[in-house]
Design a protein around this ligand. Structure first.
Ligand SMILES: [Zn+2]
Ligand SMILES: [Zn+2]
Length: 324
């Protein structure tokens, strides 16, 4: 099969012919129909996540068609493969229903090969049926941008006024869910990014502007999607007493020191890590009911580097998706 392969950090992906993967016990073999590109993929390429399997096929938002293997799905079924590829089932976190924090997890497109390829294998227990009504490329971003965004939104409690800082693939989905739930969304972007601000307003945001300066009114919670540590003290300064700041990314630049006063008043600063299968089932049932519509830009498989470059430069509107 053809695959885009990462051989070492900080090098371009290369199109290679590699042997077809073979499904093991409990695994499905999928023909990849679409695979979303995530900021986590950039962090892996850039060497900021330091222990990838190498060489590696990236990609953890796979929409694929079952061609062989496993017993859960029939041949031809359309399934989604997320970042959480396998958990041990035995550690204290798995037993407590927090499999997102498993001590020995395997992540798709990091510990095991992902979907920047024509074929992929996945543990069938960690796959999701893909909701009907979504074309492949529009379903793909639901699997990480949507799912982890949704988990972040849940951790923001019942915030009525919610800030989404960094308006990319994840925020554009979370914004639609939050607006449908009757919340008011405040979209923070780079000061000069008028295009992202207009995009946020078109999706129902009540305000869109410079994230560092913040909106004209106090917020109940902020989800920080951009990997910029300086947004954390800024966001703490924008939330009310008892408000929550949720860091949704897997990697962020260092958070500058800040006066304790910003945290005082029972403000909460927390991260969100990975997903549980329950998150996935909940979100994939909710998305068509909202209904969430994803804005995507598609690229052929061999243009994966271009897709990553566009994500890095912030030029994408919505999500990038590879079509093998
Ligand atoms: Zn992701
Ligand atoms: Zn575990």
């Amino acid at each position: 099969m053809r695959a885009m392969v990462l051989s070492a950090a900080r090098t371009p992906l290369r199109l290679e012919d590699v042997p077809d993967p073979e499904p093991g016990a409990g695994q499905v073999l999928l023909r990849v129909r679409a695979c979303g590109v995530c900021r986590t993929d950039l962090h892996i390429v850039d060497g900021e996540l330091v222990e990838p399997k190498l060489p590696l096929v990236l990609g953890h938002q796979i929409v694929g068609e079952v061609v062989d293997g496993g017993s859960r799905f029939t041949v031809g079924a359309r399934v989604g493969v997320p970042w959480l590829g396998w958990t041990c089932g035995e550690c204290r976190f798995c037993i407590a229903g927090q499999e997102n924090l498993c001590d020995r997890p395997r992540f798709t497109g990091y510990d095991v090969d992902g979907g920047f390829a024509e074929l992929a294998v996945a543990d069938e227990r960690f796959c999701f049926p893909v909701p009907e009504g979504y074309p492949d490329e529009q379903a793909a971003p639901l699997l990480c941008a949507g799912l982890i965004g949704y988990r972040s939104l849940r951790l923001a409690d019942n915030a009525e006024r919610i800030g989404l800082y960094g308006f990319g693939a994840s925020a554009h989905i979370v914004c639609q869910v939050a607006v449908a739930q009757g919340r008011r969304v405040f979209a923070g972007t780079r000061a000069e990014d008028a295009e992202a601000q207009a995009f946020a307003r078109s999706l129902g945001a009540a305000w869109a502007g410079d994230a560092l300066a913040g909106p004209p009114e106090e917020l109940d919670a902020v989800i920080v999607f951009a990997p910029a540590g300086e947004l954390v003290p800024a966001a703490l300064g924008h939330v009310r007493k008892g408000g929550v700041v949720v860091c949704a990314g897997i990697h962020m630049s260092d958070i500058p020191s800040f006066p304790y006063e910003l945290l005082w008043g029972e403000r909460v600063l927390r991260s969100v890590a990975n997903l549980t299968r329950a998150d996935g089932e909940e979100f994939l049932a909710l998305a068509p009911a909202v209904p969430v519509r994803t804005e995507v830009e598609t690229f052929p498989l061999e243009a994966a580097d271009e897709a990553l470059a566009r994500l890095r430069s912030g030029e994408l509107r919505g999500a990038a998706v590879l079509i093998p």
